[in-house]
Design a protein around this ligand. Structure first.
Ligand code: PAF
Length: 294
């Protein structure tokens, strides 16, 4: 079988979509279960937890590294988004990942490209409202990656809750034959949710940023103590975040886990979503109140 083991422990870097598709199909022809971990690189322990899960559950793991221009608005950080290919490859080599798919932009968006994926209701509020076009870009590239590397399972982090829900919705609606696995958020010891954007924070901003996870911990404590009034939990989160200097709250909400509609009362479970700007860096985080639904 070609490319099934990492010669010298270095992942094979595939840049061609048709070659990637051929490699995945070759594995499946031998009844191998294939896992795909889509990323934009700048890999941290959160990404690596997805990779480890795929390595445990699948016979062959592909990690894609592609900074997708379509999901950044012109005002966002596409050109300065961290690109750390060498150290990413070293981390993946350490874990024993056999294959990395890292295409040039023209391989994904060739001249004349004009087909896009619009996912409905779940993309409209929260991140979708603050970042118009973002989920269209995410859904389009993820559907393309699922065609290019038609794996059996694909792994996403719960930290980007609305993204994970959007991808599940798309896969269900468009009958994409893949299982979407949503994995828990990984946090630093101080509680900060891992994100490739954390590298932009200076030490002072990083201290301020901890207010996001602190507010969500308080929300969980309120829920655990029996609070089911969603507005009370939301207001507590808002109060904590807005009283932190240097942090500008975009939104804090307690929502239905599957529709993302804001709740007044929590019957079964809910998700507390927060987004804030700390200096020039925009951070998001969330906490599941009750049982995870995705
Ligand atoms: O979460 C990310 O890193 C990206 O949004 C994804 C899913 C790889 C699509 O570009």
């Amino acid at each position: 079988m070609p490319h099934t083991s990492a010669i010298l422990n270095t992942p094979t870097v595939v840049t061609s979509a048709s070659e990637m598709q051929r490699l995945v199909r070759a594995q499946q022809a031998y009844s191998k279960r294939v896992g795909l971990v889509p990323t934009m690189g700048a890999l941290h322990a959160g990404h690596l937890s997805l990779v480890q899960r795929s390595l445990q559950e699948c016979d062959y793991t592909v990690v894609s590294i592609f900074v997708n221009p379509l999901q950044f608005s012109p005002q966002e950080d596409f050109s300065k988004y961290p690109r750390t290919m060498e150290s990413d490859l070293a981390k993946l080599a350490d874990l024993g990942v056999p294959t990395v798919f890292s295409p040039p932009a023209a391989e994904i968006y060739p001249p004349g490209f004009s087909s896009y994926v619009e996912v409905g209701d779940v993309t409209k509020a929260w991140e979708g409202a603050v970042r118009p076009g973002h989920f269209r870009g995410v859904a389009t590239v993820v559907l393309k990656l699922l065609q290019i590397a038609p794996a059996d399972r694909a792994y996403f982090g719960r930290k980007d809750y609305q993204q994970a829900l959007t991808i599940r919705r798309m896969v269900t609606d468009l009958n994409v034959p893949i299982e979407i696995i949503v994995c828990p958020t990984v946090r630093d010891n101080d509680g900060l949710a891992l994100s490739s954007r954390n590298v932009y924070l200076n030490p002072e901003e990083r201290r301020h940023a901890l207010t996001l996870s602190r507010s969500l911990r308080q929300a969980r404590e309120m829920f655990t103590a029996g609070e089911r009034d969603a507005a009370k939990i939301r207001d507590a989160i808002r109060k904590t975040i807005t009283s932190e200097p240097g942090v500008n709250l975009d939104y804090a909400a307690v929502v239905d886990p599957l529709t993302l509609v804001e709740l007044s009362k929590i019957d079964r479970s809910a998700v507390a979503l927060v987004a804030a700007r700390v200096g020039a860096t925009r951070l998001i985080d969330n906490e599941i109140l009750g049982h995870p639904e995705i």
